[in-house]
Design a protein around this ligand. Sequence first.
Ligand code: GDP
Ligand code: IMO
Ligand code: MG
Length: 436
Amino acid sequence: MSNIVIIGAQWGDEGKGKIVDMLAPDVDAVVRFQGGHNAGHTVSVGGRTYKLKLIPSGILHKNKICLVGNGVVLDPREFCAEMDALLAEGLDLGPERLKISRKCHLVLPYHQALDRTREAARGGDKIGTTGRGIGPCYEDKAARAGIRACDLEDFDLLGRKIRDALKEKNALLAGLYGQKALDPETLIEELKPVAARLAPYLADVSEELSRIEAGGGRIMFEGAQGVHLDIDHGTYPYVTSSNTVAGNAAAGAGIAPSRLHRVIGVAKAYTTRVGSGAFPTELTGETGQYIQKKGTEFGTVTGRKRRCGWLDAVVLRESARLCGVNDFALTKLDVLSGLPEVKICTEYAYRGRRIPYPPQAEKGLAEVEPVYESLPGWQEDLSSARVFSDLPEAARNFVARLEALTGVPVGMISVGANREQTVMRCLNLHSAPPAV
Ligand code: GDP
Ligand code: IMO
Ligand code: MG
């Protein structure tokens, strides 16, 4: 059975949650492989809206196993709060279908304190992080000083590690940044009930995935953020602290790369970005405001207004190349209705040349000028389209141009937040993926 990786092809918030939820009936398990509760994946079903941060977006489907892979950084208290919100909606969250890798690193209050304090210290040069402590937690992981979910099962060890960690973190927080020092004993006490609650959910996720596959089951890997926020391949330093590219699904879930069979890149019909960093096709005038308002482009996690701009085929081409995207799932096409013209950036003008890929230099992307192709807009409301021929010709033409400019087929098109507001096109998950 072929496994599917879902990644965001831009700067996050492409609508991954909706696509994962929509495709979940075709798989047996959904696993997150990176990121933390900086992610906000929205799923709208039957008039209800769920905002998922750590729990995979397959959770609304009763019989699907949802796993949090080792590559995720997990705030244990946030995870409990998310469980509470879903339990209040009547969902079944038994440990037989919700599992957390013991190898996940824990996001703890000192990570958040450091994230926020460092951002404040950067002043005008801030990254614009979500302030959730994601970067400092991955720092500790790389420094081999992290605290992992398995440590919740060994409280003596956990206590020792927290006391050690806080010696260094408090030196930074209080000594360097003039903030209040955190008390290790308070934190250890606070973690006791959380550890007890999470204990039944801790699992060997990698082994679980092997078991599912051995039984003929199929796995979907749910990415967070987007390719251009990748720590290596994104717009460094204005990135998140994990690898968001499809290849990390293997390391971040504990599965062999040869078990990743198909990659679906989720792409919005325009571009958005939250936080700082270059954004070549950003629209700061009326059109940008129109899209921001019509697309209700506010960050799911922080409530910040998302910056909006035209679709950027350079960004998508790069994502397709880095991730081997087999199909794009194009979302929010409905938002572009009502515009007299729609534009797609086809390449960049950069230091006297035309380039089809983003430049490598740190400040390169801030220097480029987008080269646009203008296409006729459409006025029709697309939200009730269900097959490709329901779309007006101008919208179909827009999709065809995107395919021609990236060389990647658009397998599905989303025309509204709800599960059913989707046009399935050539994406047949039971056939071999098309050649890239
Ligand atoms: P994610 O982080 O990639 O899962 O995306 P978010 O959930 O942060 O942001 C996408 C937003 O767009 C959410 O509010 C979705 O409910 C909404 N959405 C998803 N697909 C569509 C669509 O095709 N049309 C419209 N109008 N809204 C959509
Ligand atoms: P989903 O999964 C959009 C952005 C932040 C900031 C940068 C670093 O919902 O698509 P961090 O807190 O990760 O250190 O912030 O990354 N960012 C996202 N932007 N969608 C996300 O997640 C994001 N997660 C982080 O805005 O620019
Ligand atoms: Mg989001």
